[in-house]
Design a protein around this ligand. Structure first.
Ligand SMILES: [Zn+2]
Length: 347
């Protein structure tokens, strides 16, 4: 019975990005699944019904296909958010309830990237509460209206809040040992401080005056790495220190944020900016090719670190929390209307 349900999930995953996901929930009760033996759990296994206490999943990683998270302790949630240079930018949240039940929320965008798909996956049930947003028509309307694009980010009210928020001052340590390519240590420090201030004060160019009750601090540097495994684009075990670093990420990933939380309160949030092959700029003046603005990417990742999720991509001059980051574009270094509204309602 469990195998059959896993098959249904694979079929659903194959049509992510279209409107093809229908209701396929069944009322049957799942049999106890096999415990994973390889140290890696799949999304299908979660839907099959996975009990973290029965199976002793400590040290096991959930791999969602190119990115992943460790199975957290009972009562905790771990969330990974990726920003890719092709705009696909998925995110995955994995929770273990006090009774061991494992649940996941997988969010993907299409490759275009238009629309957004959210799958909530729970043991013993087919993917449910699936939300599909298809903005193809909307986005082509935008593409025809250049002036609308220019002011887009101050008009768009889209915001998406994740399951966690800081209830204590958020304190980051900056790793200055390995910085993104093309950026000096001084520029890296300055860009990071700027991004922290942007999020803390909801700095924007839209004339919005906001004072979120958000206390972000970056008191010092560290030689410690973020708890991120760049080879698998996955969060690792948390060490209790929130770190921002430049480090290895695989494939199209520009930046990655891992957040660990319990009952909606952040325990730790780590941010990594890719320093594999990619080159970064701190100013878009004279910027050419596939170089990305480090301050824009940091602001986006720190948005995740304080609990903002991706909004639906609308093209043009989009919000900081949109899943697409155009090269040589610094607009996301300050916030748009929806980003500010998200912070305002979250804090
Ligand atoms: Zn993101």
């Amino acid at each position: 019975m469990g195998r059959g349900r896993a098959g249904a999930v694979v079929a659903a995953a194959a049509v992510v990005g279209s409107l093809g996901i229908g209701t396929q929930a069944t009322a049957e009760t799942s049999a106890a699944p096999d415990c994973p033996e390889t140290g890696v759990v799949t999304i299908e296994a979660v839907v099959d019904g996975l009990d973290a206490l029965d199976c002793d999943l400590a040290g096991t990683r959930l791999d969602a296909g190119g990115f992943g998270v460790p199975v957290p302790e009972a009562g905790e949630t771990v969330t990974v958010s990726l920003l890719t240079d092709d705009g696909t930018s998925p995110s995955l949240e994995l929770s273990v309830a006090d009774d061991g039940l494992v649940t996941a929320v997988l969010e993907t965008t299409g490759t275009t990237p238009l629309g957004r798909t959210v799958e909530r996956l729970q043991a013993g049930a087919a993917p449910d509460r699936v939300e599909v947003v298809d903005l193809s028509a909307d986005a082509s309307a935008h593409a025809d209206d250049v002036s609308a694009q220019a002011v887009g980010r101050c008009r768009l009210t889209d915001n998406n809040r994740l399951s966690y928020r800081w209830t204590t001052p958020a304190t980051w340590r900056l790793n200055v040992e390995r910085v993104p390519n093309g950026v000096t240590r001084t520029q890296w420090t300055s860009a990071t401080r700027n991004a922290v201030t942007t999020i803390e004060n909801a700095r924007n160019n839209c004339g919005m005056s906001v004072n979120p009750t958000l206390d972000l601090r970056m008191p010092g540097t560290t030689a410690v790495d973020a708890d991120i495994d760049g080879a698998s684009n996955a969060c690792t075990a948390r060490d209790g220190r929130s770190v921002i670093d430049g480090g290895h990420l695989t494939g199209s990933v520009l930046g990655l944020t891992c957040a660990w939380s319990s009952s909606g309160r952040v325990i730790e949030a780590d941010v990594r900016i890719d320093r594999s092959e990619r080159r970064w700029v701190t100013s878009v003046s004279g910027c050419r090719g596939s170089r990305f603005h480090v301050g824009s990417t940091l602001a986006h990742e720190l948005g995740h670190a304080v609990g903002l999720g991706h909004v639906t991509e609308r093209g043009g001059s989009d919000l900081t929390m949109s899943p697409s980051m155009p090269p040589c574009n610094a607009s996301s270094a300050s916030l748009g209307r929806g980003d500010v509204l998200g912070l305002r309602s979250h804090y």
